[in-house]
Design a binder for this molecule. Structure first.
Ligand code: AMP
Length: 607
């Protein structure tokens, strides 16, 4: 098995030319690693293991979960513990301590260490809060060489005299920034002070806030800084996008995002437990495959939700930051910030949950106008561009859903029907005879209606939820619906029909609408002459109109050479959208032909 992602910079060479054998790890560890199918070290492993094996330096590692961090510290740790005797002055003793912010991470690290140390006879025990302490006490009856713990529970056990810190040789602080975020600062300091000063300390963190630098400065010796990926940067593989809406439309926008991405697998982050509960209940009621994860649930309920989410049985997990901390899922397509977090580092953590394992991920933020400023702050801090997207219209969503349904139909596997001849033959035959009379068009229509009606009914009169902002930089507002923003240059155009063909302003617009079938086309300042009609057009729409008219043999739309567009305001323009007071004759769209010109000569000449 190859590690799924490719490091972007110089570590790549290390990765390509280095094997686990070359790193000098103990034979027993190499065997376990090889059984796990690890072929070559990941960048953080290639960087950290030599430092651990060949020097006495401490390590300050900037690396996210999913980079192979556990083996980066775990393999050399096991190696060292195996090289020296198990028994410390004749007594078994705990020699390594790994601290992690959550129970789930403790369990994960313990599981990994047990796998890596499968042939080592070293004992690893996990102790964490939120579980009856008695079971953990009995696990400590035989002193383990390695303890993996949450800080609070560890201190509890130290106070009870069940764990001794005086012989700790290796102290690993994993996800140190998370531990600080969770309020473990004092506990960490206590542990750092109570473990021997000559211990080796390895600190891993996804971000490097001031408090972490302070810990490194105060408690670490000649720390080697290993940085995999950019400092404080959102992961390379994540696209950051945002939608601007009114605060009261947040939920509707969320639904549109989900509807536009039928295969979404993501976490929706809310700020409070109450918001989490409300949003997840609404989603479930509206027919989505969602569930909530927050601190008001019992541990059993939380485990259950996480497990179903990991397995993909839940598509959308609505979670608070704290509750989602222990969740380690690698293939999320989206992270949705239903509300932005106060702390930019929390944003980094959230968005770093997608775009892992070599895949691209999307971090979406739903913001209201006053929050756009905070997006700009995040852009500065992460040194990444956040792209503003238009909130999809009802029509966009319907189109996408229909497209998805067709793709599913095209790719469905019918092999089972062919294989299971009897059962299939019966069922298939029956279905064929029942539907035999139905023409193909009708069949398609019904198939579409089957799933599509729900969306059509909901989105039929769906409002435009976009909020226009003056400062909307990076806007990708070029939707085919409504007016494009930042209208550009206009050109004066000419077409070879006029009053002699029975054309007037309205029937001309009907002709344009019928021909282009594009509601965003904006026509300005129409002047109908005897044989020609002149009009203004935005330059970026010129080609679209010219191309659309190519269906007629004898109609030509060209730029009126030497004529300047008349600089009208928008209000004098006509777009495909029907406006109040307009009568039917000017919108021939969707009625099977353009009103008012169906007997005109160019109708005969369609190419
Ligand atoms: P971690 O960042 O420690 O949570 O590791 C992420 C995942 O990568 C885990 O599932 C590990 O089992 C896997 N992994 C770690 N190191 C390697 C490696 N060198 N090659 C392949 N997979 C690895």
């Amino acid at each position: 098995m190859n590690f799924p992602f490719f490091p972007p910079h110089k570590e790549r060479n290390l990765l390509l030319f280095m094997t686990f054998e070359e790193l000098g790890l103990d034979e027993v560890i190499l065997r376990a690693v090889s059984e796990l199918g690890f072929e070559s070290p990941t960048p953080i492993q290639a960087a950290a293991i030599p430092v651990m094996l060949q020097t006495d330096d401490d390590i300050l590692g900037l690396a996210q979960t999913g980079t192979g961090k556990t083996a980066a510290f775990g393999l050399p740790l096991l190696h060292h513990l195996m090289q020296a005797p198990f028994i410390y002055e004749g007594v078994r003793t705990t020699r390594a301590l790994v601290l992690a912010p959550t129970r789930e991470l403790c369990m994960q690290i313990t599981k990994d260490l047990k796998l890596y140390g499968k042939y080592s006879k070293l004992k690893v025990v996990a102790v964490y809060g939120g579980e009856d302490i008695r079971r953990q006490l009995s696990q400590l009856d035989v002193t383990p060489e390695i303890i993996v713990a949450t800080p609070g529970r560890l201190i509890d056990l130290v106070r009870r005299g069940k764990v001794m810190l005086s012989n700790i040789e290796y102290l690993v602080l994993d996800e140190a920034d998370e531990m600080l975020n969770m309020g473990f600062k004092d506990d960490l300091e206590t542990i750092l002070k109570e473990t021997p000063a000559e211990r080796r300390t390895l600190l891993f963190s996804a971000t490097m806030p001031k408090e972490i630098s302070a810990i490194a400065h105060n408690y670490m010796r000649s720390a080697r800084e290993l940085q995999i990926g950019e400092r404080n940067a959102g992961t390379e593989n994540v696209d950051h996008i945002y939608y601007v809406c009114k605060a009261e439309h947040r939920y509707d926008v969320l639904k549109r995002i989900v509807d536009l991405n039928p295969d979404i697998y993501g976490i929706v982050f809310c700020r409070t437990k109450a918001d989490c509960q409300v949003v997840s209940e609404k989603l479930i009621k509206d027919g989505y495959n969602a569930d909530a994860l927050h601190g008001d649930l019992t541990q059993v309920a939380r485990d259950n939700v996480m497990q179903r989410f990991r397995l993909g049985a839940v598509q959308l997990l609505v979670a608070t930051d704290v509750a989602a901390r222990g969740l380690d899922v690698h293939n999320l397509t989206h992270v949705i910030n239903y509300q932005l977090p106060d702390d930019p580092e929390v944003y980094t953590h959230r968005s770093g949950r997608t775009g892992r394992a070599g895949k691209r991920g999307i971090s979406v933020s739903i913001v209201h106008i006053r929050e756009v400023r905070r997006i700009n702050e995040l852009e500065r801090l992460l040194k990444r561009t956040f792209k503003r997207e238009r909130i999809p219209s009802g029509l966009d969503v319907c189109r996408k859903q229909l497209f998805n349904q067709i793709v599913r139909l095209q790719s469905v596997d019918t092999a089972m029907l062919d294989e299971d001849a009897t059962a299939a033959a019966n069922g298939l035959k029956e279905a064929m005879s029942m539907l035999d009379y139905m023409p193909k068009e009708e069949l398609i229509k019904r198939f579409v209606a089957l799933e599509f009606n729900r969306f059509l009914a909901y989105y039929k009169d769906a409002a435009d939820l976009n909020v226009e902002t003056k400062t909307a930089k990076n806007s990708s507002d070029k939707s085919a619906h409504g007016k494009p923003s930042g209208r550009g240059k206009k050109v004066r155009m000419k077409i070879n029909v006029g009053t002699s063909d029975g054309i007037n302003t309205r029937s001309f617009l009907a002709l344009v609408n019928d021909t282009t079938r594009d509601r965003s086309i904006t026509i300005g300042d129409i002047e109908v002459q005897k044989n020609y009609t002149f009009f203004d057009l935005f330059l970026d729409q010129k080609q679209k109109v010219v191309n659309a008219f190519k269906i007629y043999e004898d109609l030509f739309v060209v730029e009126a050479k030497g004529m300047k567009p008349r600089e009208n305001s928008d209000s004098d323009n006509y777009s495909g959208k029907r406006r109040k007071g307009d009568n039917d004759s000017y919108s021939g769209r969707g009625k099977g032909g353009a009103n008012g010109h169906s007997d005109k000569p160019w109708r005969k000449g369609r190419r």
